[in-house]
Ligand binder design. Structure first.
Ligand SMILES: [Zn+2]
Length: 131
């Protein structure tokens, strides 16, 4: 079904969760440093939701630095979702294997190398801040 072993998937899940927790902690710190009461409220919420999806909750914040973190959190949540669905490590575009080595380097990789290359050339503007 999946070319990755249960153990490898469990390792990726643990890495992704740790990465997400670290990012959330950083987001929380940044929110607390702001002078905006709404953001400070959100910092508490981020702390409480834990395993839930926080990317949507935070996506309307207009702090550039947080926005970047939120995109990373969203990528991690997507990857965790794909693990849960048994789709992790499968290329979004060609449905081929992303490959264990590539995933080890980029646990949130959604595409195989060739498709990612093509995607980046075709959508060069995607992912850049719209400022
Ligand atoms: Zn592909």
């Amino acid at each position: 079904m999946n070319y990755l072993s249960q153990q490898q998937l469990a390792d990726f899940r643990a890495r992704l969760r740790a990465q997400k927790a670290a990012l959330l902690e950083e987001i929380r710190r940044e929110l607390l440093q702001s002078d905006n009461e709404h953001y400070i409220d959100l910092a508490t919420t981020v702390h409480d939701v834990g395993e839930e999806s926080v990317a949507d909750l935070l996506s309307d914040l207009d702090l550039a630095v947080i926005h970047r973190h939120v995109n990373e959190v969203r990528d991690i949540e997507d990857a965790l979702q794909r693990i849960a669905e048994g789709m992790y490590g499968m290329c979004l575009d060609c449905e081929g294997e992303v490959g264990y080595e590539r995933l080890s380097a980029y646990p949130t990789a959604k595409r195989c190398y060739d498709c990612q290359d093509y995607h980046e050339k075709g959508f060069a503007e995607e992912g850049r801040p719209r400022l």
